[in-house]
Design a protein around this ligand. Structure first.
Ligand SMILES: Nc1ncnc2c1ncn2[C@@H]1O[C@H](COP(=O)(O)OP(=O)(O)O)[C@@H](O)[C@H]1O
Ligand SMILES: N[C@@H](CCC(=O)OP(=O)(O)O)C(=O)O
Length: 279
């Protein structure tokens, strides 16, 4: 197997709602557990990790036994308020099982627009990372409306994760989704769709093949993931889009295994006999 040379130290991992919530609406505890395990394992190895997690609304729906996402913004924001604290309770339990410490940041997109608030957020993240604490970030859904009002495509955790990764100068963004990578067409709608393992240029053809979400819980679909990839590539950084079904895939990505779709400018590969160091 030809490996990718990842050369990363600071990593942002984003996980979407469809990976955290089962089709039946219940919370996927196995995914949360494996996510906590994989991030802690890397943290113990000296990597700097930041988790951007969706799931507040999905967990809120599970908590209240609501099966359909309500249309009213206030009701979605209320579900997010309920689900966010429940989600953090689950993360706190699972991360502490593995001996890791976590801290929560709820951000709105505009915090990076103002130099002073931007600096405060960056200083907070730096201070957490310096103490080997894993920052866990979500959009502040009960305050921010862009995210919930789907009349606008601006505002989602795919783009928030890329913004955070760029601002903190992360080397790599991993986007874990319910799909195992970028296909030439939405594989949930087209049976002959083919996985694209590497992207060094986001051509018009690729952008045209990216559709919206096809699940009950996902929001942005592939469109927002490609926008995130574009942000990373423009900043000279890399992104890997991979399946969040088993988040231990994070360890395989860092090890250079060619899983999912890799986005970046220059793809360096290492043969099995001549493997580069990952850190
Ligand atoms: N070209 C494409 N390649 C892969 N998936 C695509 C593509 N176009 C649209 N999609 C859809 O994007 C979905 C993933 O996005 P989304 O539902 O928002 O997940 P998440 O909750 O993980 O963010 C896939 O399930 C798939 O149906
Ligand atoms: N911030 C929202 C999720 C927004 C979002 O981008 O969701 P997803 O497409 O599942 O990553 C929440 O926590 O419910």
């Amino acid at each position: 197997m030809v490996k990718r040379a990842m050369h990363c130290k600071r990593i942002v991992v984003k996980i979407g709602t469809s990976s955290l919530i089962h089709q039946n609406g219940k919370v996927n505890l196995q995914t949360i557990d494996r996510l906590a395990y994989a991030l802690t394992a890397l943290n113990n190895q000296g990597y700097e990790l930041v988790l951007v997690t969706s799931g507040a609304i999905g967990v809120g729906m599970a908590k209240l036994g609501v099966s359909a996402r309500p249309a009213a913004i206030a009701h979605q924001q209320a579900l997010a308020a309920i689900g966010q604290s429940e989600l953090m309770t689950l993360y706190t339990q699972r991360f502490s099982d593995y001996g890791a410490k976590i801290g929560q940041l709820l951000l709105t997109h505009d915090v990076f627009d103002y130099p002073q608030t931007r600096q405060h957020v960056l200083d907070t993240i730096d201070a957490l990372l310096a103490q080997q604490v894993i920052p866990i970030i979500n959009e502040n859904d009960s305050v921010a409306v862009d995210e919930l009002d789907h009349r606008t495509t601006f505002g989602d955790n795919d783009q928030l994760s890329a913004l955070v990764a760029k601002q903190i100068d992360a080397d790599l963004l991993m986007v874990l989704s319910d799909i195992d990578g970028l296909y030439d067409r939405d594989p949930n709608r087209h049976s002959g769709a083919a996985l694209i393992p590497e992207i060094t240029h986001l051509s018009a053809k690729i952008l045209t093949g990216a559709g919206g979400s096809s699940t009950r819980f996902g929001t942005g679909g592939m469109v927002t993931k490609l926008k995130a990839a574009q942000t990373m590539m423009r900043a000279g950084k890399q992104m890997v889009l991979a399946s969040g079904r088993d988040p231990r895939i994070i360890l395989r990505i860092v090890a250079g295994e060619p899983v999912g779709t890799w986005f970046g400018n220059v793809l360096e590969q290492v043969s099995p006999d001549n493997q580069a160091s990952n850190s």
